[in-house]
Design a protein around this ligand. Sequence first.
Ligand code: SF4
Ligand code: SF4
Ligand code: SF4
Length: 481
Amino acid sequence: MSDQSQNAGQEATPAAAPPAPAEAPEAPKPVDVGKIKAILEANDSARMRMWLSICSRCGLCAESCFFYLANNKDPKLSPAYKAINSIGKLYRAKGEVSREFLESLEDVIWGQCTTCKRCSMYCPFGIDIASMIAVARAVCYSQGIVPDGLARTTDNILRTGNQMEMPDEEWIETCNWMAEEYGEEIYGLEIPVDKQGADYMYTVNPREPMYYPQDVGMAAEIFHLAGLDWTVPSTGWDATNLAMFAGNKAVAAIPVKNMYDAAVKLGVGAIVITECGHAFRSAKFEGPYFLGIPGGKPPVPVIHSVELFRDIMRDGKIKLKHKFKHKVTYQDPCNVSRNGGLWDVGRELVNLLCEDFVDMSPNRELNHCCGGGGGYIPMGPPFKKRRMISGKVKADQIKATGADYVIVPCHNCFDQINDLNKEYELGVKVVSFKEIITELMVIPESMIPPEEDEEEALAQEEAMEEVSEEANKEASEVEGN
Ligand code: SF4
Ligand code: SF4
Ligand code: SF4
């Protein structure tokens, strides 16, 4: 019997489909030279050209870059080499470059530079390599060339106003939830939303409400204990700005505008940025330029948490049970210290909180980048190997201190140092200032919530008082009649 007759009455097995014709390779998109020229012109081309022409190729900047140091001093990783061969070539060719060339830049301008600006401190002419790399990023972004992780977060900002697509309602729900949770530990604790005219408007990194809501709770504990007049905005609460690192100024302007608008509308005294380095850079320094604000100043003063915590502790608004006893070191986030000027404030705060502080070397404005900045962490797995190799400089700095704890007031550095901790078996604990303060703070008697029985008794007492007040009132009314 043939196979055919055996299958009679049954549905015919479909014949194997003929192989699909091979898809024609997509033609490479043409390069929009006009757009590139416009970006080069709009980004202070006179200054860029001047930097490119005065660079004497002396190589003094090479040893300042952790990529160079951690990768066998590969000359191709020296700051000047990276700039000359990216933005330098773009200017020399007047923007008339091939897509292939632009694609070759992706690894250089995102994978070999975190725009930490350390090299500028060592260049005798003060050439700002990071700003040059940032222009090359803008050029590549304009042609659709950008690491996927950064493209995704930029797209999220464009569509939803924040990099993690977290709706405002969820943010407020998280605040309410944290107020309830932490209110069980501290009597009267609230997270005021949209309070008009508060002294401080607190803004966060969306990963806090999304993954670490306790971060919001700890901030509330500190502000409540210190007796601050503060609020969180219901919109414009995301202080981060990964579009800044993707090279898209138009999108980078969105979260900054949202935040400034909220602060102006609420009439607050200052915007406080959570323990995040690049958010501070964006809100305080770059944001006004993204928005074209004359004079380059935010409409409302911007301060970093480190400054506010320092003031609180220095002014004795929060007392500690005792100072932190473990040996600690302090990570100067580039965007808080070198680029934010807060290296002394950070140390003052560490010394107010800890009794055994040992500095890394080098430190302050000369600190090495941890290797996770400039958008490196969200660039994800394709860049992780180099992130770990290049982070060895930071790992060695930490190891040399012999510290058990690293205090890190920056989310990116926090993740990177945690990864380095595993990679190089540093055996340290990475903590934020909030964690140290809330662990050691003394909660005044008046803020210790009454025990449940006591609470019940208190409620009963209040109810009784109300009843007797009511009775007295009625009685006096009767008497008055
Ligand atoms: S900005 Fe930082 S990462 Fe970039 S080249 Fe200079 S030192 Fe290296
Ligand atoms: S230190 Fe300055 S002048 Fe010397 S190579 Fe580097 S960028 Fe050029
Ligand atoms: S991740 Fe931290 S150390 Fe690195 S560039 Fe950002 S702020 Fe600087």
